[in-house]
Ligand binder design. Structure first.
Ligand SMILES: [Zn+2]
Length: 354
């Protein structure tokens, strides 16, 4: 990306952040309503915050800048955060988040859009802001895109020869968008998350501090987060969906026998989730709620709505004390492979944990 393009982009980012913050300040709890064009700049944000982008994980500074551009355009157009993740995942697949000057046939840019197919001129499509804008414009014409699996929504926009290739980027796109738009971030885009969520379709399963995090250095096999709520705290469905699993999973490590869920588990002697529930949501998202104190209040096949009580906090299964172990999985895959970071995921959905 040229210096000029980068400068233009940073200016656009700052404008949107200003607009968003100004709007959010007027609305208790923040709202997408404050994120559209036309707001007032917040003078408290210093221009120094527009300095360059850091590398994030496997993504270098340029790639992160491009992801930030995509998220920023989404915020400025009022696209829900799910759309930002779909767009970033698509660009990961199409261009590895690089603004390519060429590609297959006449494809160019982040999304490998083709001038011959009416997407725009080569010069326009090499402008990340324009390219992302065209992606979103098409996405928003697809009925039900927010409830489709990511790969299907992306394919409907891109009409790719490899329609299944987008799915594998969902965890990384979720993570990258979460990192560059969350309030934890010191980047210019660090408050964008408050622009794209707050749709009311997701909520915290319990309001409690985050204890042990997702796949930390000390616990790389920890596929969820621990929310430190007292025993008996009501656990709520994080979003509307269908209950797909209700089970007691508590194994006695000494002989492989059933430990049972009628008593607390032990951090050394017991393995498993204890009493737990899986809920299938739109878009191939699955949420899991572990270590419930007593049999869950729902059954397989039940439709639950966002915020509906499904059980209470306990310490059954592999647990050292009462807490909710909460997991999020993508691609309709309940296995550990498809687990994504619930903290970043919930930030993206406007219902931050902790
Ligand atoms: Zn846990």
């Amino acid at each position: 990306m040229s210096r000029r393009t980068l400068a233009t982009l940073l200016a656009a980012v700052v404008t949107v952040v200003f607009v968003c913050l100004a709007g959010a300040g007027l609305l208790v709890g923040g709202s997408a309503a404050g994120c559209g064009p036309g707001g007032t700049a917040d003078p408290s944000l210093a221009p120094a915050q527009t300095r360059g982008w850091p590398a994030v994980g496997r993504w270098d500074r340029n790639q992160v800048a491009n992801a930030a551009a995509i998220a920023t355009v989404g915020a400025s157009k009022g696209v829900p955060t799910r759309g930002w993740v779909i767009a970033v995942a698509t660009a990961m697949q199409e261009s590895t988040l690089r603004n390519l000057s060429g590609g297959d046939r006449d494809s160019v840019g982040l999304f490998q859009q083709r001038p011959s197919q009416g997407w725009g001129t080569v010069a326009q499509l090499l402008d990340p802001t324009y390219a992302a804008g065209r992606f979103y414009a098409k996405l928003l014409t697809i009925p039900g895109w927010q409830s489709m699996p990511l790969t299907e929504a992306a394919q409907r926009v891109q009409v790719s020869a490899y329609p299944d290739a987008y799915a594998k980027w969902e965890p990384q796109a979720t993570q990258l968008v979460g990192m560059i738009t969350s309030g934890e971030s010191s980047l210019p885009t660090g408050r964008l998350a408050s622009c794209g969520g707050a749709s009311g379709s997701w909520t915290q399963p319990v309001l409690a501090p985050v204890g042990s995090g997702f796949r930390t250095a000390g616990r790389p096999g920890h596929d969820g987060v621990d929310l430190s709520a007292p025993r008996g705290t009501v656990i709520r469905a994080a979003s509307t969906g269908i209950v797909s699993r209700v089970r007691c999973n508590a194994i006695d490590n000494r002989d492989g026998s059933n430990w049972g869920c009628d008593r607390d588990g032990d951090p050394k002697l017991t393995s498993g989730c204890g009493w737990y529930v899986d809920i299938d949501h739109d878009g191939g998202i699955i949420t899991r709620y572990c270590h419930m104190d007593e049999p869950p209040r729902v059954e397989v096949g039940d439709r639950v709505v966002v915020g509906e009580p499904i059980g209470v906090v306990g310490s059954t299964g592999h647990s050292s004390g009462p807490h909710l172990h909460f997991e999020v999985h993508a691609n309709g895959d309940a296995s550990a492979e498809a687990a994504i970071d619930p903290v970043l995921f919930m930030i993206n959905l406007g219902a931050p944990l902790g």
